[in-house]
Design a binder for this molecule. Structure first.
Ligand SMILES: [Zn+2]
Length: 471
């Protein structure tokens, strides 16, 4: 159960203790993540069969037990690339019985043939991790950059689409960052932000997305005179008009915005306060993004303290470009409600053994049902694996982690939610129950009031999957 704010801001320096408490609070809250997580966990189990018949019911996905937390587990003593965070914890971290992998019934051949892109487009999906400046239409980039006097590599829409993907896929950080220089340059007036937000919603809805959170860093969009407040209002208006246009086209979608601070910037509470100021006006959360290595989440602990004081949701990019120490800070020091990517939690697993061995941090993240906003194609571009078949997402799902599927940057990865799922179908044999489980899990992890999440699941998601299953 969440505690109401007591009207006082905790004193500086108390974050570590408070963060732990809040982390455990987050467990109840993780009712977002956990109580519902039980439901979510049940959904996962409902969608999967336990491989070993002797497996105790609920292992790995049942009611999340509160594990002894590695309280004295400072990142300073943790090797960045350690396979396990807490040596000696392995034997006890799995509740006395090693977690077995869960297998999709579709993968086991009990349902119909492989899902197609059209199948996936027709199924409701949820996009929690999608950058507004990473999903523009090429023509919009061209139009806005021409108006702003910004030069692009090409002004042919198809060639520009290919350029964005090639640059992001090049393995060069310089080229990758250059892509965002162009998209941010195309989003500098209220009208431009509104159009981009409008198209964000329309494009997601046409792909079958029924709930989406668009994240972006308002401070990057002030070069032509916008204020932070006006910029947020412009995105709000674009999201609203996008929802109206989607409805007119026969699609139901709810879209909100997450405002982001860039972790390589000087830490400030200004953007966190901006999120709070607009929280009932389309802003549903806060995030930090940008360079992870060398810029730990704790740099923004004042912002997170302010957000927690105001009972505001936030997610943190962690476990994408840096490993378990970054995840540990995000979860235990800062109290993140969700993890942006979080895929390098796999480095706290002993995956060579049978059963897979859990470090304390990996066990905590799984058992607290902390949602992982995994973006498969984007993760390949930033180096988690060379090929999709080696991406840890399937392993994490089978081990009972609260896995959600996301695009991250649709333009840079040349993808959509349906295409991301298709890649998982092709690489791992994901079936309709895997798509449903991760969709329901994502919906329950949304920064949306509980009753509204459940209404979307009951009224839109479940009927569509039931109909597809019986088709
Ligand atoms: Zn991201």
């Amino acid at each position: 159960m969440r505690r109401p704010g007591n009207g006082t801001v905790p004193p500086p320096g108390s974050c570590a203790i408070r963060g732990l408490g809040d982390g455990l609070d987050g467990l109840g809250d993780g009712d977002t993540a956990a109580g519902e997580g039980d439901g979510e966990g049940a959904a996962l189990l409902g969608a999967a069969v336990v491989e070993a018949a002797a497996e105790p019911e609920g292992v790995g996905v049942g009611p999340a037990p509160v594990q002894p937390v590695a309280r004295a587990n400072p990142p300073a003593v943790v090797p960045a690339m350690s396979a396990r965070l807490v040596s000696g914890a392995i034997e006890t971290a799995c509740h006395g019985s090693g977690p077995r992998l869960l297998r999709s019934p579709t993968a086991a051949g009990t349902l119909r043939a492989m899902l197609t892109l059209d199948d996936l487009r027709a199924l409701p999906k949820v996009a929690l991790h999608d950058h507004l400046d990473g999903g523009l239409r090429p023509q919009t980039v061209i139009d806005h950059c021409a108006a702003n006097g910004h030069t692009l590599p090409t002004t042919d829409p198809d060639a520009l689409r290919r350029w964005f993907f090639d640059a992001a896929d090049s393995g060069s950080l310089v080229r990758y960052l250059e892509t965002f220089a162009h998209t941010v340059a195309a989003m500098q007036t209220a009208e431009q932000l509104e159009r981009v937000a409008h198209e964000f919603v329309v494009d997601q809805a046409e792909d079958g997305v029924v709930y989406a959170e668009a994240r972006w860093a308002p401070a990057q969009h002030l070069a032509m005179g916008l204020t932070l407040d006006r910029a947020v209002e412009a995105v709000r208006d674009g999201l609203a008009s996008g929802m109206r246009a989607a409805a007119e086209a026969g699609h139901t979608i709810v879209a909100q915005q997450i405002v982001t601070s860039l972790r390589q910037d000087d830490p400030t509470v200004e953007i966190a306060q901006l999120a709070i100021d607009h929280r009932d006006d389309s802003v549903c959360g806060f995030d930090i993004a940008g360079a992870e290595d060398g810029f730990p989440p704790s740099r923004f602990e004042d912002a997170f303290r302010l957000l927690k004081h105001d009972n505001m949701f936030f997610t943190i990019h962690a476990g994408e470009a840096f490993g378990p120490p970054s995840i540990w800070e995000a979860v235990q020091l800062c109290g993140a409600n969700r993890l942006g990517h979080g895929v390098r939690i796999v480095e706290d697993l002993g995956i060579d053994g049978d059963p897979v061995e859990f470090g304390r941090l990996a066990a905590y993240v799984r058992d607290a049902r902390i949602p992982l906003e995994v973006a498969p194609s984007s993760n390949l571009q930033t180096g988690i694996a060379a090929e999709m078949k080696d991406h840890p997402i399937d392993l994490l799902l089978r081990l009972g982690f609260n896995v959600t599927v996301n695009c991250d940057n649709r333009l840079m990865s040349d993808t959509t939610m349906s295409r991301e799922y298709l890649k998982l179908v092709e690489a791992f044999g994901w079936g309709i129950d895997d798509v449903r489980a991760t969709t329901v899990g994502a919906m329950r992890a949304a920064f949306l009031p509980h009753d509204q999440r459940e209404a979307i699941i009951a009224d839109i998601v479940e009927p569509a999957y039931a109909a597809a299953r019986s088709a």
